[in-house]
Structure formats: C-alpha cells, structure tokens
Write a protein of this length. Structure first.
Length: 271
C-alpha cells in the first residue's frame, strides 16, 4: 500500500491565511485560477459553491473557513469598506480644520497620525500578500504629512498668520490630501488585481472537488517529513493535518515547516 506521506513523492505547497500547507501529488487533478462560482442555498459555510470544470461541475470548498479563518472574499470586502471609511475620515478632518482656522476656533483635530482611526489600524496592519504590503507602505508619508498640516496651521495661528494658515490648508488639499485620497481609492483595484485565489482540484476515493487557496508556493519534493504527529496542531478541521514537512528555501540550510493535509480526512467532514 502506498504511504500517505513519502519523501519520494512531490508535494504542492500553498498558503492559507499566511500558513503554508502541502498536499501529496497523487491527490491532485489540476491547479487553476479562481472561477466564478454558483452559490449553493443552505450549504455549510465551508462550501463556497459550485464551479465548472472540464465537462461538468465541482463543489468548491473554502479551506480558510474550514480551518477556522475568515474567508478571503470577506477579508477583501472588509478591507475595501474600511479604506472607504478612513478616506471619509480624512476628508472630514480637513473640513474641520478649515472651519477651525477660518473661524478662529481652537485647533482640536487629531494631529498625531498614530492616534486617528486609520493610524491605529495602519500601525498594526500586516498581510501575507507582498503586493498589498508594498502598496500600504505608500500611505506612510502622505498620512503623516496631512496630520502635520494641523500642527503647522496651529503654529501659524498662534503667530497671528491666519492667511498663511488658510493657504497652507489649500495647498495641502491640492497636494498631499489628494495623494492620500488616491491611495484610498486604489485599494479596490489593487485587491482585485493581486489578492487572487487559486483552485486546487482534488480526487479522493473517486470524488473530485475544488479547494480555494490563497497563493501557490511551489511543487517539489520535501527534505523531511514528520509522521505520524503526536497531536492535532490546527483549529477547525484539525485532523486533516496529519504530518509536518520540512524544506530548504533558496538553497538555505534552514528548514521551513509546511503542514501536510490528508485530503481523504477532509471529505469525511462532509459525508
């Protein structure tokens, strides 16, 4: 009988919510880009829907949800909604600052970029998607600059230079604020372009099905496999993780872990 996990077999390694997982090659039928799916009424949260494949249709499962994480589709939706709210926050911030300067009111807008709602979120933001991380890094300079306008405007008012404070805000609106708002607007396009998903099509015990995963890492043999495990190590569908594989990345001597899935155990959850 063929071993469940063998060093003589190739493995597909992919990520789900930042964690690398692997499956042995003989369970895989195909790897394809995410397709439009048809939702199935009254289905379990793990079943995203049905997708066309070759001459028929396949059930599409969401591995993120199965393992206890938020669906990537929901994660993207919440990110876009959050950016829309934080964009409006900064429009409101500038409008409030203008009112305070024009009407000789005390400057009460938040001038610390780390303490506004976006700043608090931004300082803790981290994604497993490098394209998104690179894009988010572009917010740093204009976001700090727009809050500094509040500091500088307050200084000018104390010096009796109201006209200069008014002009400072006008210049910021046409420059740094415009750049910041364009970044907020660009999030939707970015996630649609780069936060892609893939479908791994499996065949197990005569049943074919698709599984949504985040990113495909590589297809290769592993350097070491620990099997069987002494205990389950993931939440949700913990028992599908049946081994830990280790591989060397970029010819390094350091071994990296990958959680190896037993696809037949996945199906048992839905029988």
């Amino acid at each position: 009988m063929e071993a469940k996990f063998s060093l003589d077999a190739d493995y597909l390694v992919f990520t789900v919510a930042g964690t690398p997982y692997g499956v042995i090659s003989h369970d895989i039928v195909s790897v394809i880009d995410m397709l439009e799916f048809t939702a199935v009424p009254d289905s379990t949260p793990e079943l995203r829907g049905v997708i066309p494949f070759r001459e028929g249709n396949l059930p599409l499962f969401d591995l993120r949800v199965f393992l206890g994480s938020k669906a990537r589709t929901q994660e993207i939706k919440e990110l876009v909604e959050t950016m829309g709210m934080r964009k409006q926050d900064h429009i409101n911030w500038v409008n409030k600052l203008k009112d305070e300067v024009n009407n000789n009111k005390p400057i009460t807008v938040q001038t610390n970029p780390h303490l506004c709602a976006f700043g608090k979120w931004y300082d803790t933001f981290k994604s497993d998607n490098s394209n998104l991380n690179n894009y988010m890094a572009r917010f740093d300079a204009p976001h700090k600059a727009i809050h500094k306008v509040g500091v500088d405007a307050a200084d000018l008012l104390r010096e009796g230079k109201k006209d200069e404070a008014v002009q400072l805000i006008r210049t910021a609106e046409a420059g740094v604020l415009k750049s910041l708002l364009e970044l907020f607007d660009g999030i939707g396009e970015l996630v649609n372009r780069y936060m892609l998903e893939y479908v791994v099509v499996f065949s197990s015990e005569g049943i074919q099905f698709g599984m949504a995963v985040d990113d495909i890492r590589f297809f290769s043999r592993l350097d070491h496999i620990e099997h069987p495990l002494q205990s389950n190590i993931t939440s949700g569908g913990a028992d599908v993780v049946q081994a830990i594989g280790r591989y060397r990345k970029d010819n390094s001597d350091e071994l990296n872990d990958v959680l190896l899935l037993d696809i037949s155990r996945f199906l048992e959850h839905f029988n």
